[in-house]
Design a protein around this ligand. Structure first.
Ligand SMILES: *Cc1c(COP(=O)(O)O)cnc(C)c1O
Length: 376
């Protein structure tokens, strides 16, 4: 029995053709022409003026936060239930993540809890759209305006998604994308910052490339990493971008299929399909185990593996990260919804290359486990 991986990307468009062009022309570094074309096209998709391609999504967040001038002692409000890249982009600069609990239904940050977290030190709010459904952006933008705060949008999981008809990646001062292979479009590794602010864009270009001084090369007034993005990555990205709408449709069809097949299985809480501001695009198909189910997500991952099916647990909360606890951060903080999701949430195979037959096997295995082990 073949193992069904949790994610397999689809690379059967123009990827090979464009990659060969790189090799034939010798343009393989970050100086190649595809990089600018990809930046321009990604920016346009997010209705932003500027795109700055970087090495990965984590780098995109780091560059975005640093470009905004956030530093020592500044506070940035963000969800506790997210990937560490969000918190790290802040803590690396000596700034402090101020955490917010999740909405138990949408799995996104509960935007109604943000205002109470604002202090004189608050500089920004980081929006992180989770697993396919956008955050209630309007409420965040409204707060940011009233309190004069910057907004960073982590749209890593949101290629092709929109909020009230406006594309994700277009909100706030600056947005970040990732092109890791499990995102809707991939470049292997890769990321991008998009913004409408010319000065911010220029700072991002500096920050991705060691902060070379413009007038004299090899002289630096500031420290940053090498986060450059290659022409090879852009070649794959351009081919992927040509199919974004098709990919989003495919993910939606897969999501709907899983929901249809699993909705009558006791013990499973399935993703919200639609809200008044967006329809889910199922970055991954997440499932949360009901409170009556004793099984946790790590056990679920093992049980699924025994059936030849790959899965992953949900993110682990920032306030429960050993590395931050050791640094004395988030002491005594409790976020019950986020903690629940981190222990009971998991996602099943949902890559673009997944076949109908494979999905059927995944459904059968989940139903079998639910019936045998959930004790309902
Ligand atoms: C994937 C992801 C990232 C990080 O992207 P990498 O390219 O893996 O560094 C950041 N934020 C969110 C919400 C993500 O899903």
């Amino acid at each position: 029995m073949d193992f069904i991986p949790v994610n397999e990307p689809l690379l059967n468009g123009n990827e090979k053709k464009y990659l060969c062009e790189c090799v034939d022309t010798g343009w393989i570094s970050s100086e190649g022409p595809f990089v600018k074309e990809f930046e321009q096209k990604m920016g346009a998709k997010a209705r932003r003026k500027y795109g700055i391609a970087v090495a990965n999504g984590t780098a995109a967040l780091e560059v975005a936060v640093q470009a905004l001038g956030i530093g020592e002692g500044d506070e940035v409000i963000m969800p506790t239930f997210t990937i560490i890249s969000c918190a790290m982009a802040v803590t690396k600069l000596g700034a402090i993540p101020i955490l917010v609990d999740s909405d138990i239904h949408t799995w996104n940050m509960n935007v109604d809890e943000i205002e109470a977290k604002i202090t004189p030190k608050t500089r920004a709010i980081m929006i992180v759209h989770m697993y396919g459904l956008p955050v209630e952006v309007d409420k965040v933008l409204d707060l940011a305006k009233r309190y004069d705060l910057k907004v960073i949008e982590d749209a890593a999981e949101m290629h092709g998604q929109s909020y009230r008809g406006k594309p994700c990646g277009s909100f706030g001062d600056i947005s970040a994308f990732s092109f890791y292979p499990n995102k809707h479009i991939t470049t292997g590794e890769g990321g991008m910052v998009v913004t409408d602010d010319e000065e911010l864009a220029e700072r991002c270009r500096m920050l991705r490339n060691l902060c070379f001084r413009k007038d004299v090369r090899y002289v630096h007034d500031e420290i940053s990493d090498n986060y450059r993005f290659t022409n090879l990555q852009a070649a794959v990205g351009l081919a992927q971008l040509e199919r974004l709408e098709e990919f989003v449709e495919r993910k939606r069809t897969m999501g709907k299929y899983y929901t249809e097949q699993l909705k009558n299985t006791d013990g499973l809480i399935l993703p919200v399909e639609t809200t008044d501001y967006a329809d889910n695009i199922y970055w991954v198909y997440g499932i949360v185990l009901d409170r009556q189910v004793e099984t946790d997500n790590r056990t679920m991952q093992k049980l699924l593996a025994e059936e030849g099916i790959g899965s992953r647990t949900f993110f682990w909360c920032m306030h429960e990260q050993p590395v931050y606890r050791k640094q004395g951060l988030f002491q005594g903080e409790i976020y019950t919804n986020a903690e629940y999701l981190a222990r009971k949430g998991f996602y099943i195979p949902s890559g673009l290359a997944l076949t109908q037959e494979q999905m059927e096997r995944v459904v059968t295995a989940i139903k079998k486990i639910a019936c045998r082990d959930f004790g309902l």
